[in-house]
Write a protein that binds this ligand. Structure first.
Ligand code: NAG
Ligand code: NAG
Ligand code: NAG
Ligand code: NAG
Ligand code: NAG
Ligand code: NAG
Ligand code: NAG
Ligand code: NAG
Length: 317
């Protein structure tokens, strides 16, 4: 054989094997999904409603309870097991469900860590894990899920810092992590999230100020941020002062046109009233879908109260 023919032959063999492995990996894609789902099932230790019994071989996995597939590719796109009373954990193999766009395990008893492998789900848009017992840290590799719009991990046992890398999630609309044990400060990188609409971090152990960059995001984001963070610098105020000031606050609000009130004070009272009116309007939109949810209303009202109290403390009125 001539050397040039020999090389052509080698190239041909290589091409064929590359093609074969490409075809093999395509056909085994759905098999990878099936194995990953079965591994997920193996990590469910209690299932009082027995919903996982539908996850059996006589039914295609696209028809298993809580599983939705892409109709053309037959790959898993949604895992929705909300409020199914499940007790278990998420195995690292979740990262093999590479076509997932949504995970919803809200209101169950999942525990253990949120695996870093979730960062391999580059199509993921919704990560809804609220009302469970997840522990450990928010995985920093989540920053690789560039399509994420919702991270909702309210009421879990999460610890550690909010990963700075989350500032890379340019499509993020909601970052809701209230009622956890998160510590440290809010990373300044969050200020780069220009799509962010809800940043909700109440009832954690966060400290320090809301970074200026976050404050520069839309007004909306700022006013639902944990009000207690904004108050941090006034923490030295003794309790009886607070009581005294609450009484003053009541007076200020009920006696409009109080001769003692300075322009500044009427200004802040007016600002507060306008904010409350705006909330009222957002609650009464004719389309229910456009109305803001009650938990957000509560947060906004708290933030208004807190910023009012802060104003009073700073100005000693
Ligand atoms: C594998 O699947 C992808 C998308 O699902 C497709 O674009 C590609 O052509 C397939 N490759 C082979 C060798 O079938
Ligand atoms: C997986 O895909 C292959 C090829 O597209 C198909 O023949 C097979 O039935 C599929 N298996 C499942 C479980 O969907
Ligand atoms: C598989 O799940 C389906 C749907 O829940 C059920 O009707 C069927 O009996 C199950 N098959 C086995 C072998 O458990
Ligand atoms: C949570 O799940 C339980 C069990 O399925 C259900 O009874 C309850 O209504 C759910 N709670 C909420 C707030 O959805
Ligand atoms: C799935 O993921 C696990 C853990 O991340 C890995 O060890 C395994 O090889 C993967 N399985 C398949 C079939 O891809
Ligand atoms: C995640 O939660 C949001 C807000 O409640 C909801 O709109 C979305 O449909 C949920 N995602 C999934 C995959 O269920
Ligand atoms: C997390 O991301 C890093 C950086 O891309 C990568 O090296 C690592 O393998 C990822 N970890 C997991 C468990 O996927
Ligand atoms: C925000 O994004 C810009 C441009 O990508 C980058 O240079 C900067 O370091 C980011 N800021 C933070 C605080 O991460």
């Amino acid at each position: 054989m001539e050397p040039s023919n020999f090389f052509r032959w080698i190239v041909l063999v290589l091409l064929i094997s590359v093609l074969e492995s490409a075809i093999a990996s395509n056909t085994s894609g759905n098999e990878t999904d099936r194995i990953a789902l079965l591994d997920f099932k193996n990590h469910i230790t209690q299932d009082p409603f027995q919903i996982m019994s539908s996850w059996n071989d006589s039914l295609h996995f696209c028809n298993w309870v809580g599983v939705k597939c892409n109709p053309t590719k037959g790959r898993v796109t949604i895992l929705n097991l909300e409020s199914q009373n499940l007790f278990g954990s998420i195995p690292p193999s979740i990262g093999n469900l590479t076509f997932l766009t949504g995970i919803n395990l809200v209101n169950n008893s999942f525990h253990g860590e949120i695996p870093q492998e979730i960062g391999r789900l580059i199509r993921l848009q919704h990560l809804n894990l609220s009302y469970n017992s997840f522990s450990g840290k928010i995985p920093s590799n989540l920053s690789q899920c560039g399509e994420l719009t919702i991270i909702w991990v309210t009421k879990n046992e999460l610890v550690g810092q909010i990963p700075e890398q989350l500032g890379l999630l340019s499509k993020l609309v909601t970052l809701a992590a209230e009622i956890n044990h998160l510590s440290g400060t809010i990373p300044a990188s969050i200020g780069n999230l220009s799509s962010l609409y809800i940043l909700s971090l109440m009832q954690n152990s966060l400290r320090g100020h809301v970074p200026e960059q976050v404050g520069l995001l839309s007004e909306r984001v700022r006013d639902i941020v944990d009000g207690s963070l904004l108050l941090e610098e006034e923490e030295y105020v003794e309790v009886d002062h607070v009581n005294e000031e609450s009484k003053m606050e009541e007076r200020a609000i009920i006696s409009d046109g109080d001769p003692q009130s300075s322009n500044a004070r009427s200004g802040i009272v007016l600002d507060c009233l306008v904010s409350v009116l705006k909330i009222g309007l957002s609650c009464s939109d004719s389309l229910p879908g456009n109305r803001i949810p009650m938990n957000i209303v509560a947060k906004k009202m708290h933030a208004i109260r807190d910023s009012f109290l802060k104003f009073k403390r700073v100005n000693r009125i």
